[in-house]
Design a protein around this ligand. Structure first.
Ligand SMILES: [Zn+2]
Length: 439
């Protein structure tokens, strides 16, 4: 969330920028400050979104609801969801990526606090959450433009075009969807202030924004559950803007429809070859599962990716190594076992880097820091953590590794399982997630 103080300082900075550029304004799409509760204003926002996207507009119903009613957005979790959340949070807490005693309901509440608006492809409608900010301000109009971009993405099949198979893929795919909406939101905001896009210091602001989001993630007790807020916008928008600068609206749209499938590429601001992104992970799945023996059995698997690795190493006070290791992460698998009481968990993270030197640096950083089994083989590092220390002491130094069960493909849904606002049919959007509002 951005405080009122943040908003005031931003407005002053943008006013000063626009004062310097008035008189040399380039032709842009029409958009103006108006009251988003009025149909004429909603039409302005819809047309602006389409214009900036090089698209034809679509009429989308808009509803404004008070924050106090957002609890109705969620359905109560099932017992199975609650258990899955507890077990996976316990496993991720071994890697400092979740807190074992934070409940699913608490995590969901944190996620809902981040939501400023959402577009539902099932109802084809936009919902704006009223936090008490003026609904006739530039910020509200920009947010409505953002949501209208999601409506356009829905119409042309962008939403749901790529089905993420892992947590890592899920972040990357979401980032470009949100990145396009945030980019157009920013362009609309600049237009409302009469500021030329080429006079705006995009890259320094992206750098500052990403740094701030990293800090927010490091400060969170549940960083993976909140990745949507921390990663999607700040790391997706620069890639979408790069595509726009290279090939206009057509390149922008095709890039969003063929996103990178790893957070490594997202953090590097490099698209690469989407088809190749899953190759290393597929190879790793042949040696993903340690043979723990009774009373443990396989529970779930996933790929956590570079963002999670960066967060993990940063939490061991290895921030710089986290950045370099994330940039060299070729692929990973993450497997959870549970015991027959469904209480104790073992989390195994198999990391493959581009080179053995990075693997050695990661091994050195984690060795002795936590009571895990850790070892290196070439460019691979394997980490095995257990909630039951006694069991861990009995575990061989390097338990044999086998393939994922054939009937248990990587299941991203279970890693950060929650009843939060993220689902396949609804694009949720945090209220302050655009570069212009984060300068
Ligand atoms: Zn959005």
């Amino acid at each position: 969330m951005v405080s009122l103080t943040d908003r005031a300082s931003w407005a002053l900075a943008l006013f000063l920028t626009s004062a310097l550029t008035i008189g040399c304004r380039k032709a842009t799409c029409d958009v103006e400050q108006c009251d988003i509760r009025e149909a004429t204003c909603q039409a302005v926002a819809a047309h602006a979104a389409a214009c900036f996207r090089g698209d034809s507009s679509v009429s989308t119903p808009v509803t404004v609801i008070p924050r106090s009613t957002t609890g109705e957005m969620s359905t109560p979790p099932t017992n199975a969801q609650v258990e899955a959340y507890v077990l996976n949070a316990k496993a991720l807490s071994l890697y400092l990526l979740a807190k074992a005693d934070v409940t699913l309901q608490q995590t969901s509440a944190l996620q809902y606090q981040q939501v400023g608006a959402y577009y539902s492809s099932s109802t084809k409608a936009i919902t704006i959450i009223d936090d008490g900010y003026p609904l006739d301000g530039y910020w509200a109009v920009a947010m409505l433009v953002h949501e209208n971009v999601h409506a356009l993405q829905d119409r042309d099949g962008t939403l749901g075009k790529t089905s993420p198979k892992t947590f890592d893929e899920g972040i990357a795919v979401s980032a470009l969807i949100e990145g396009e909406a945030a980019f157009i939101e920013d362009r609309a905001t600049l237009a409302m202030f009469g500021t030329r896009e080429d006079s705006f210091a995009w890259n320094p602001i992206f750098d500052h924004w990403q740094s701030a989001q990293r800090s927010r993630a490091f400060a969170s007790e549940v960083p993976l559950a909140l990745e949507y807020s921390h990663v999607s916008y700040a790391f997706g928008e620069p890639i979408v803007r790069d595509a726009y600068l290279q090939g206009g609206e057509a390149r922008e749209r095709s890039t969003v429809q063929t996103p990178p499938l790893t957070t490594r590429r997202l953090l590097q601001r490099s698209l690469g070859d989407p088809k190749a992104d899953g190759d290393v992970r597929a190879a790793l799945e042949a040696t993903a599962v340690p043979d723990l023996g009774a009373p443990y059995s396989f529970y779930s698997s996933d790929a956590l990716g570079a963002w999670a690795l960066e967060q993990f190493l940063g939490r061991l006070d290895q921030v710089d190594l986290g950045r370099t290791a994330a940039a060299a992460l070729a692929g990973d698998t993450y497997v959870v076992h549970i015991d027959d009481t469904r209480t104790n968990v073992v989390g195994t993270w198999h990391l493959r880097f581009d080179d053995a030197a990075t693997a050695a640096a990661v091994l050195a950083a984690v060795s002795g820091r936590l009571p895990w089994r850790v070892w290196q083989t070439g460019a691979d590092v394997v980490l095995v953590g257990a909630s039951n220390g006694t069991f861990l002491e009995r575990l061989p130094n390097q338990p044999p590794l086998g393939p994922l069960p054939a009937a248990s493909p990587a299941a991203a849904a279970t890693t950060t399982a929650s009843a939060g606002p993220r689902d396949a049919r609804t694009v949720v959007c945090a209220p302050d997630q655009a570069a212009v509002t984060n300068r």
